[in-house]
Design a protein. Structure first.
Length: 155
C-alpha cells in the first residue's frame, strides 16, 4: 500500500463502482492509498481523519482483482496506518459492502451514535444517502486512547 494523489485513474476506478469523488480534490482531511500492479492502479481506499476518529472512504478494487484478498489487505494496512496516527475509531458508510466490512470486524451502529465531527463530513451529511449503513471498528480501546492522551498532555 502506498499513499497516492487523486488522479484521473483514481477518479475512474471510484466512479466505475458509483462511489463519490466530488469532495475529494482539495480536501486536506482525505488521504488516499492504493495498490498498483505493473504500474496500474488495482485498488484504492481513502480515509478522512479527525484526530481520534476517521471515516473510511471509498474502497474500490478492479474487477479482475476482486476475491484475491487485495481489498482485505488494503483495509488491514489502512487500519495499521490509522493506528500510527492514534485513530481510536473508524467509521464508514456503505450501501453495498456491509457484509465485506463485517468480516473485517466492523459492526453496524445507529447514526445517532456518530460523533459530531463525522456527522459534519460531506459524505455523512449529504453525499451518502440516509439509507447507507453506518459501521464502526474500534482500533484502540477507549482506555488506551485516554492513557495516550494523558501521556501526550503531560509532555
Amino acid at each position: 500500500m502506498q499513499e497516492i494523489n487523486f488522479s484521473i485513474e483514481v477518479k475512474e476506478l471510484l466512479e466505475s463502482y458509483g462511489l463519490p469523488v466530488a469532495d475529494i480534490p482539495g480536501n486536506d482531511q482525505i488521504r488516499l492509498f492504493g495498490i498498483k500492479a505493473d504500474g496500474a492502479l488495482t485498488a484504492v481506499v481513502g480515509i478522512e481523519v479527525y484526530e481520534e476518529y476517521a471515516l473510511v472512504r471509498s474502497l474500490a478494487v478492479k474487477q479482475q482483482f476482486r476475491g484475491s484478498g487485495i481489498g482485505r489487505n488494503l483495509i488491514a494496512s489502512l487500519e495499521d496506518w490509522a493506528r500510527t496516527k492514534r485513530v481510536a475509531r473508524l467509521f464508514l458508510l456503505t450501501e453495498t459492502a456491509g457484509r465485506f466490512f463485517g468480516y473485517q470486524g466492523y459492526r453496524p451502529i445507529p447514526r445517532s451514535e456518530t460523533p459530531q465531527v463525522i456527522k459534519d463530513t460531506s459524505e455523512f451529511s449529504g453525499i451518502c444517502p440516509g439509507s447507507a449503513e453506518l459501521m464502526i471498528k474500534e482500533l484502540i480501546a477507549s482506555n488506551e486512547s485516554t492513557a495516550y492522551q494523558d501521556k501526550a498532555g503531560a509532555s
